[in-house]
Design a protein around this ligand. Structure first.
Ligand SMILES: Cc1cc2nc3c(=O)[nH]c(=O)nc-3n(C[C@H](O)[C@H](O)[C@H](O)COP(=O)(O)OP(=O)(O)OC[C@H]3O[C@@H](n4cnc5c(N)ncnc54)[C@H](O)[C@@H]3O)c2cc1C
Length: 386
């Protein structure tokens, strides 16, 4: 493998980005002291509409979008810094996360002017939750085999089909649904389109799926003769596969792909006493050096996004390495907790609760957003191995 295949370059953070980091830290400290940000007891983004609105009030949702759509016109690297700080501090950002990370950017890139004006300012205000309607009961990794379809009717589309594992569909006002709109001819990737669907429309049934951690985050969503207008189509009819591929680079490369279990490390460090064994310190040091390398990789991808590129290969590498790291953190923290006498400073009990939750949640790290086996296929192709 040569550097030319990957084309990664480590960007330098600007003074504006470092200033933003200070502002976010001050915000987090303020939220903590006001009692609005209790220490986390679970892994996951957390859903808190009011928190999203307070973040929005700072101008931090849609940070990179043009001002005319409610954004701030700032850089992808500044957005990177913002998200790194919010995630490291376990701020509950789930209410706006998907809309900010990928639905908004998809509309910005492929949507009509009317769609941009209608949705983007409301996302930037923290008022909208979007969900991702890609996976189906028989189509996960092999997404192009999807069966949900939309047929053309006078003035719009009629949707039928079933989506599954749809995170936050029960909170979302909208879902961007991937459907077949015309038969595949030469390639299965043809004839697929993205439609934006108002989740309050008749014909939509949302059924909860309770996870192994006994939580309701995702759902199965049934579409029965759901009618949407012409204005629901995003981009060109039949171009959905290309659009989704561009979207996945946003979904796969951010700090949420290697920071999910970081809160365990922070809690652990706070609970370790002066007698901590050398072996535990070494294990922690190894984790942190790995974390720094992942961070550099993830920042490099943010810089490629900034240049308007679609770094699917590089984003897949971040997600593959990052999610494995997240699982490794859970294993290492568990080993250290069982070997050490933690100091009784109140963090101990919280750390245990977090660890129990992390162990039930961790398998999802390498599945959501595309499994690692699939990512490795993309990587192998990208570097010319298949
Ligand atoms: C926490 C969580 C949240 C999610 N949220 C959403 C969401 O909001 N919206 C959404 O659309 N989806 C969501 N998903 C679904 C997720 O994208 C799919 O679970 C994932 O793409 C895998 O699809 P599948 O579950 O159908 O597994 P399958 O595709 O059936 O795969 C089963 C196993 O076989 C392996 N496998 C499959 N094909 C190959 C191959 N060609 N080569 C090698 N190995 C292969 C896979 O790696 C996996 O280990 C979520 C999943 C999780 C866990």
């Amino acid at each position: 493998m040569t550097a030319a295949h990957l084309d990664l370059e480590l960007p330098t953070l600007t003074p504006e980005a470092e200033e933003l980091r200070r502002e976010v830290r001050a915000f987090v400290a303020e939220e903590r002291s006001a009692g609005r940000l209790p220490p986390p007891r679970r892994i996951g983004l957390g859903f808190d509409r009011e928190m999203s609105r307070r973040i929005a009030a700072r101008g931090w949702i849609g940070l990179t979008w043009p001002k005319q759509y409610g954004g701030q016109g700032r850089s992808a690297l500044e957005r990177y810094v913002l998200n790194e700080e919010l995630l490291a501090a376990a701020v509950p950002v789930g209410a706006h996360w998907v809309a900010d990370r990928q639905s908004g950017p998809v509309l910005l890139k492929f949507g009509t002017e009317a769609q941009r004006q209608h949705y983007l300012p409301r996302i930037a205000a923290g008022d909208l939750t979007f969900s991702i309607g890609m996976s189906e009961p028989e189509s996960g990794s092999d997404l192009a085999s999807l069966k949900a379809r939309a047929e053309r009717i006078d003035g719009g589309w009629r949707i039928n089909g079933r989506k599954i594992w749809t995170t936050n569909a029960h909170h979302a006002q909208y879902m961007i649904v991937l459907v077949r709109t015309s038969p595949a001819t030469s390639s299965r990737h043809e004839g697929i389109s993205q439609l934006i669907v108002d989740m309050s429309l008749p014909g939509i049934t949302i059924s909860p799926i309770v996870s192994m951690a006994n939580e309701h985050d995702f759902n199965e969503v049934l579409f029965e003769d759901v009618v949407v207008g012409d204005d629901a189509l995003i981009g060109k009819e039949g171009n959905g596969w290309n659009q989704v591929s561009a979207e996945l680079a946003f979904e796969r490369s951010g700090p949420e792909r290697w920071l999910s279990s970081f809160r365990l490390v922070s809690e652990l460090i706070g609970a370790l006493g002066p007698e901590t064994r050398q072996s535990s310190q070494e294990e922690l040091g190894r984790l942190l050096s790995h974390l720094l390398a992942l961070r550099q990789l993830s920042m490099s991808v943010a810089s490629m996004l900034e240049q308007g590129r679609s770094p699917n290969l590089e984003a897949s590498i971040v997600k593959d390495l990052g999610t494995k790291f997240e699982q490794e953190v859970v294993r290492v923290v568990r080993n250290i907790v069982s070997a050490e006498n933690l100091i009784a400073n109140g963090r101990q009990e919280r750390l245990h609760a977090l660890l129990v939750h992390a162990q039930q949640y961790a398998p999802a790290f390498t599945i959501r957003g595309g499994t690692n086996e699939i990512l490795r296929g993309i990587i192998a192709k990208g570097i010319g191995l298949r």
